[in-house]
Ligand binder design. Structure first.
Ligand SMILES: Cc1ncc(COP(=O)(O)O)c(C=O)c1O
Length: 376
């Protein structure tokens, strides 16, 4: 008699994950240069990537030197409490080191807030066309995201306030917002913060603050003394040019920081990132130059786009949201020319492309490629 054949049984283990995890629509990052090079047989050096709002200069020389020096110690775990970086941030912002929580990118800080404060069924409020990580982080906790319709592509703060109920634990505000580049003036924003019930956390995401003109830059950290429910998040990924190292931070009341630190991985910010961020924070001239370069590049993109007869949403950040019509088609025709931008249909903006301000030569490449893609 033949031995019975083993029946291989492959249960679908994804069914064991909570329904709210299975329901998550994955984050869509900008297309990596290497991937486009492989797909279209292009040389990487001929590809221009204006898709992820990075500083096109990368980090400055002092930061590169700090990273090189820190390589010596990568055999050891980093300082889990990041003493030097927190001290520098504490001096910069006039807050206690115990009010600062570092993250593996500011994304991590956003996740930590949801991890520490949301229970399944809780509600979190955010705007339509706001940064995609808010709904993802909320859904991953089994909480319910309340998306409030936008006004002129920006946050409708009155409607967001009205959407807050007894079940709301967090409200997210991005200022400036990604992907629209809209900005809320400080007096309007502070009035909103004051209007939110004091047991609801307000996460004020200021990832692009350094690109604002100095007179417009946020003073919201000073509000934390008045509003213990305010969390301000910032990043080294944008103007500081450190996107790949993954380092951001949140500033908040010590009691809130304590909760985030309890769920934070002990070594969530690596040693190279800590050393780089410390050096980057000190090099204020580099950030000023990057802002000036961005300002000129923004004018270049706006002029180029206007000359093609297209419209855009006026931006306060380092990217521009351009209405191109058939965005999916134009995106593909740009890719064929080696230019990567960001389609934003997943943000409810199917007629738009988001383009990061690059170096002058990259902006020119984009405008020329866009003209060709539109047959103009
Ligand atoms: C509004 C906003 N917040 C947060 C982030 C997260 O950036 P990081 O995790 O690199 O700090 C981004 C990145 O695109 C962003 O646009």
């Amino acid at each position: 008699m033949n031995a019975p054949t083993a029946v291989l049984h492959h249960p679908d283990l994804s069914l064991q994950a909570p329904e709210y995890v299975r329901g998550i629509a994955p984050y869509l990052p900008g297309k990596p240069i290497g991937e486009l090079a492989r797909e279209f047989g292009l040389a990487e050096r001929d590809i221009v990537k204006l898709a992820s709002n990075e500083n096109p200069r990368g980090p400055g020389p002092a930061v590169r030197a700090a990273i090189a020096a820190a390589v010596e110690d990568v055999g050891r775990y980093p300082d889990g409490n990041a003493f030097a970086l927190k001290s520098a941030l504490s001096a910069r912002f006039g807050v206690g080191a115990d009010q600062i929580v570092l993250g593996n990118g500011s994304n991590d800080v956003l996740e930590l807030v949801t991890q520490a404060f949301l229970r399944p069924g809780d509600r979190a409020v955010y705007s339509r066309h706001a940064f995609a990580v808010y709904p993802l982080a909320v859904q991953a906790r089994g909480a319910v995201g309340i998306e409030v319709p936008a006004r002129d592509y920006g946050h409708d703060l009155a409607a967001m306030r009205a959407a807050i109920t007894a079940a709301t634990r967090i409200v997210f505000v991005a200022n400036p917002n990604n992907p629209t580049g809209t900005w809320i003036a400080p007096d309007v924003l502070e009035a909103f913060v004051a209007s939110v019930p004091d047991d609801v956390l307000i996460v004020l995401d200021e990832a692009y603050d350094e690109y604002l003109e100095p007179s417009q830059q946020s003073q919201s950290v000073a509000w934390i003394a008045k509003y213990a429910n305010l969390v301000v998040s910032r990043t080294f990924s944008k103007a500081y040019g450190l996107a790949a190292l993954r380092v951001g931070y949140g500033i908040m009341d010590t009691k809130v920081a304590d909760m985030l630190n309890r769920v934070r991985q002990p070594f969530n910010v690596n040693a190279l990132a800590q050393a780089a961020a410390l050096a980057a924070l000190a090099d204020t001239a580099y950030v000023d130059e990057s802002r000036a370069l961005n300002r000129a590049g923004m004018r270049q993109l706006e002029d180029g786009v206007r000359a093609l007869g297209l419209t855009f949403v006026p931006s306060h950040a380092n990217f521009l949201l351009i209405r191109v019509g058939d965005a999916a088609g134009v995106y593909q025709r740009l890719l064929k020319q080696g230019v990567i931008v960001r389609p934003v249909a997943n943000y409810g903006l199917p007629e738009f492309l988001r383009v990061t301000v690059g170096l002058p030569v990259e902006n020119r490449r984009f405008i020329d490629a866009l003209a060709a893609a539109l047959g103009r």
